[in-house]
Design a protein around this ligand. Structure first.
Ligand code: NAD
Ligand code: UGA
Length: 466
């Protein structure tokens, strides 16, 4: 049995920050250090302007910071002092070499393992919190077994299932906590940490490989539901059915259930696409091309849904949006987060810019710099550079507004791309008056009330209905 008194978490991102804040909050007897190589990020965690926006997060951080929750760049020292080390670094899709575009880039994980091996003494429990391909623990174990000191290690897999925007609620009240590992004593020590607030029956223990694979599978199943309903949304538009009605009808079947059936402009976020592509890569690697093709289609359908949204806008606006002003409401990949990674908005804006539209973008939590950086990245050519034409579009055709009505002022159309609550409660009559007519509103989240908007005079188009 190991008694855990000091935890170090490597990676102060969307997962490391909130999960460690919750452990510190629920386990006052454990000292938690969250470390990162990014000094700016650590400085933000030590301020009241956190790098991650999550409802309720600031309050939890403020209540525990400098007590048993510390954010620091002193990585070696924090690793050395810890009984248990979580690795919560990023595992993006590889962009180079073998497996580029699909496999996970495990460079950051490997660097962490080497650093842990280099500075540790005594016994450490190393916990994979990042989402990893099956059998990564083997590599981590092998690196640690060659560590220079005389330290010994147990490796656990403890994938995180929180969703952004609801991270605090998810961490407080998780459906389950999954812990995979070979050493019963090490597994038990992590079970004991979570048991401070999670009911025992929700603490699931498995072997290492099942735990690693369950995380990829959970994300693949969730994303598959979104792509499934989005596929049906295209058929609804062609037939006169209404996708929200179809979702409500099938969701009452207890075998299907009502969640994750909201048709949208497409799923985004840092993980769904990355994790499915990783699964696809694994299937190909293990000689299962049919299984790989099955899952890859979930991502392809999502790309189709984003493209289809822009094509519908252009078609509806008399086949041209060139020189038209389009308000973009929302840039984050979902509401209640400042995260824009893989947001559908990036690809919708890019395609609209390529159609020569003029964009006026508003998001309540995303900065102008972040919007411009994402769009510049999305418009890079195959040679990794911006063409002069793209540079001109980025410089001349994008404005960032400070409110939704300001973005819509003098516009020909609105594209609602993130389901922020504030978009439900606007003075739509005033918005309508200040737009060019006909005033189009394309609701990529089926957030607004179609009948009311039609009554005001909008040409309102939702996903999966006509
Ligand atoms: P992130 O990019 O927000 O944070 C990762 C952090 O790790 C960065 O701040 C980076 O500077 C730091 N880092 C990288 N290498 C380091 C090193 N060698 N030493 C110290 N710090 C280092 O990523 P994230 O969104 O928190 O995701 C982390 C992992 O968790 C990923 O594997 C992801 O798939 C998984 N995950 C994410 C979510 C989510 O909602 N974002 C949910 C569940 C699981
Ligand atoms: C997702 C999973 O829900 C988490 O369990 C997992 O831990 C996380 O990925 C991860 O591994 O990173 P997240 O991406 O933060 O969480 O947010 P989701 O609520 O899953 O939404 C993902 C995307 O799908 C968003 O763009 C959202 O708008 C979209 N979505 C979701 C729909 O279009 N329709 C739906 O019905 C649900």
């Amino acid at each position: 049995m190991y008694s855990i008194r000091r935890i170090c978490c490597i990676g102060a991102g969307y997962v490391g920050g909130p999960t460690m804040a919750m452990i510190a909050n629920k386990c006052p007897h454990i000292d938690v250090k969250v470390v990162d190589i990014n000094a700016d990020r650590i400085a933000q965690w030590n301020s009241d302007s956190l790098p991650v926006y999550e409802p309720g997060l600031l309050e939890i951080v403020q209540a525990n910071r400098h007590r048993n929750l510390h954010f620091t760049t002193a990585i070696d020292e924090s690793i050395r002092g810890a009984d248990m080390i979580f690795i919560a670094v990023n595992t993006p899709t590889k962009t180079f070499g073998n497996g580029a575009g699909k496999a996970a880039n495990l460079e950051f994980i490997e660097k962490c393992a080497r650093q842990i091996g280099a500075v540790s003494t005594g016994h450490k429990i190393v916990v994979e919190k990042s989402t990893l391909p099956v059998r990564t623990a083997e590599a981590v174990k092998s690196i640690l077994s060659h560590s220079t000191g005389n330290a010994t290690f147990d490796i656990l897999s403890n994938p995180e299932f929180l969703a952004e925007g609801t991270a605090i609620e998810d961490l407080l009240n998780p459906d389950r906590i999954l812990i995979g590992g070979e050493s019963p004593a090490a597994v038990q020590s992590l079970v004991d940490v979570y048991a401070n607030w999670v009911p025992r029956e929700r603490l699931l223990t498995t072997n290492l490989w099942s735990s690693e694979l369950s995380k990829l599978t959970a994300n693949a199943f969730l994303a598959q539901r979104v792509s499934s309903i989005n596929a049906i949304s295209a058929l609804c538009e062609a037939t006169g059915a209404d996708v929200d009605e179809v979702a409500a009808a099938i969701g009452t079947d207890s075998r299907i259930g009502p969640k994750f059936l909201k048709a949208s402009v497409g799923f985004g976020g840092s993980c769904f696409q990355k994790d499915i592509l990783n699964l696809v890569y694994l299937c190909e690697h293990f000689g299962l091309p049919e299984v790989a093709a099955y899952w890859e289609q979930v991502v392809r359908l999502n790309d189709y849904q984003k493209r289809r949204f822009v094509q519908r806008m252009v078609r509806t606006m008399f086949n041209t949006v060139s020189d038209k002003r389009i308000a973009v409401w929302g840039f984050a990949f979902k509401k209640d987060t400042n995260d824009t990674r893989e947001s559908a908005a990036i690809y919708v804006c890019r395609d609209l810019l390529e159609e020569r539209a003029k964009l006026s973008i508003y998001d309540p939590r995303v900065s102008e710099t972040q919007i411009r950086t994402e769009l510049a990245q999305a418009m890079l050519g195959p040679d990794g550079r911006l063409s002069p034409a793209s540079e001109r579009l980025l410089a001349e055709n994008i404005e960032v507004a400070t409110s939704a009505p300001a973005a819509a002022h003098n516009s020909h159309a609105i594209a609602l791309l993130t389901e922020w609550d504030e978009f439900r409660h606007l003075d739509f009559l005033a918005v309508f008056h200040h737009m060019h007519k006909p005033a189009f509103l394309f609701d990529g989240r089926n957030l607004l009330k179609s009948q009311q908007l039609h009554k005001l005079g909008f040409r309102y188009h939702a996903i999966g209905s006509n």
